[in-house]
Design a protein around this ligand. Structure first.
Ligand code: NAG
Ligand code: NAG
Ligand code: NAG
Length: 298
């Protein structure tokens, strides 16, 4: 008897319990579904907005790049354009520095190639025919030889540019000038680099890997932590350069064709201070001019 009542009442109790559970669960399930759905919608609309924002920036960059190329091309084609006119060159310089701030890496590279191809940033042109790019933002720009780009940048002049993490790979950089440039973390890979001038450049953490570096000038250059992998420089001028912690070994530095004067070696010690350098840097000039002044007045 006890058994049968228990067994007969159990299913109905179960049924009513599951009804209660179900009726309680349904709003809960709906609620959870609504929350999940809303969250998903939110993340979709955030992603959409992000994409819209990126597209707007890209569009703006393209418009700015096109306008720049169009305007400068027009200026160059104008019969009144005079390569030796400093005002016209400075106008191009200001326009370039300004537009570079807004462009992406590839457009920045193309602006430089544009100026180079129009012979406006060439070391082999007289100085009064060169566009000054002091402070131009070339951060992270990559110049890499490929099927679509030859990377022949022989004689290019990129003085005083801001080029941290700039990359040159398999390029012809013979006789290039990077004087005064800020090139922390720059990479020069498998490139031709004969006669390159890096005077006063900041090349801390730079990597030189497998380049043909012959008669390169590093006067007053910062080469702290710089790495010279593969081929070592030949006949480099390290006058006043800072080589602290660079990976050049005593053997690399022992070549008699290198020039050292007031150089800080990788180990932190200084090369013999040269007298000529002292005369140039150490106020001796003032004494000389004072003497000539005295002579003059006498
Ligand atoms: C170009 O400008 C330079 C410097 O202003 C001037 O000496 C020269 O005569 C100009 N050349 C022409 C063709 O106008
Ligand atoms: C580079 O400059 C040298 C002179 O400094 C010149 O002889 C040579 O033709 C130039 N090369 C290019 C590709 O501009
Ligand atoms: C530091 O390095 C230079 C150049 O390799 C070497 O001539 C000099 O003896 C070294 N100094 C010390 C204290 O090791």
């Amino acid at each position: 008897m006890v058994n049968t009542t228990a067994s007969s009442s159990k299913p109905s109790a179960c049924l009513s319990w599951s009804r209660v559970l179900l009726s309680a669960c349904l709003p809960l399930v709906l609620g959870v579904f609504t929350i999940v759905f809303t969250m998903q919608q939110n993340s979709i609309s955030i992603a959409n907005r992000e994409q819209d924002r990126r597209q707007a920036i890209e569009l703006r960059q393209q418009v700015m790049y096109d306008a720049y190329i169009k305007e400068i091309s027009k200026l160059l084609l104008n019969p009144s354009f005079n390569r030796s006119n400093r005002q016209q060159l400075n106008y191009i310089g200001f326009k370039t520095i300004d537009v570079l701030r807004h462009l992406n890496k590839i457009q920045k590279r193309d602006v430089i190639l544009f100026l180079y191809n129009h012979e406006l940033i060439r070391r082999d042109k007289p100085e009064n025919q060169r566009v000054i790019l002091k402070g131009a933002d070339l951060t992270d720009v990559h110049f890499i030889r490929s099927n679509s780009m030859d990377c022949d940048l022989r004689n290019i002049s990129l003085m005083s540019v801001l080029g941290s993490n700039i990359v040159f790979e398999r390029c012809d950089l013979n006789y290039a000038v990077f004087e005064n440039a800020y090139m922390v973390g720059a990479k020069f890979i498998g490139s031709l680099m004969e006669g390159v001038i890096f005077n006063k450049a900041n090349l801390a953490d730079a990597i030189f890997d497998g380049n043909n570096m012959y008669i390169v000038k590093f006067l007053h250059a910062i080469l702290i932590n710089a790495k010279f992998l593969g081929i070592k420089p030949v006949s480099a001028d390290f006058t006043n350069a800072d080589l602290l912690n660079s990976d050049l070994t005593p053997k690399d530095l022992s070549a008699t064709t290198h020039t050292f004067s007031n150089t800080r070696y990788p180990n932190g010690s200084f090369s013999v201070v040269s007298n000529t350098q002292l005369i140039v840097d150490g106020g001796a000039e003032q004494r000389v001019s004072l003497l000539s002044l005295l002579n003059y007045t006498n």
